[in-house]
Design a protein around this ligand. Structure first.
Ligand SMILES: [Mg+2]
Length: 149
């Protein structure tokens, strides 16, 4: 747990450096930062992951286009549930929230969601963060693959 917490703090610091560097570009709203939820912003053990929540807020404060892509299955009420949970953890809502259609495989869904941010919403994804390999990669910019506890 201690090593994990230390690593999360290091990742927060590194990722802030990247965001600071990108901040010199005009129109930060044209650049997206993509977060996963489970074991990224919120531990499945039921606590908020402070360094990543702070990074999320920092990206929003700087004016980047903050997106959440989660492999939680999209069913009746699941979007409302997820938005309520974000509010409970004092995580303000993202500009876009992608929930996985239940027939989609998480890998192709997450890559497809990032491509959708790029091609449909015309935002370049500069950074993506998550605890699964599919959270980083194609159309994800600089990827931070987070350690699990
Ligand atoms: Mg996850």
């Amino acid at each position: 747990m201690e090593v994990w917490a230390a690593q999360m703090n290091l990742i927060e610091r590194s990722a802030r450096t990247v965001l600071d560097a990108y901040s010199s570009l005009p129109n930060r709203n044209d650049y997206a930062v993509v977060f996963d939820i489970d074991d990224t912003l919120i531990s499945v053990r039921g606590f908020g992951i402070t360094p990543i929540m702070n990074l999320y807020r920092y990206a929003q404060e700087l004016g980047f286009f903050v997106v959440i892509v989660t492999a939680r299955a999209n069913g009746p009420g699941s979007q409302d549930y997820t938005l309520r949970q974000l509010t409970e953890y004092d995580i303000s809502h993202p500009r876009l929230l992608y929930l996985r259609p239940s027939h989609d495989h998480p890998d192709s869904f997450k890559t497809g969601a990032r491509l959708h941010v790029q091609d449909h919403h015309k935002k370049q994804v500069i950074m993506s963060l998550g605890d699964s390999k599919c959270d980083v990669g194609d159309f994800g910019g600089i990827g931070f693959l987070l350690p699990r506890i």
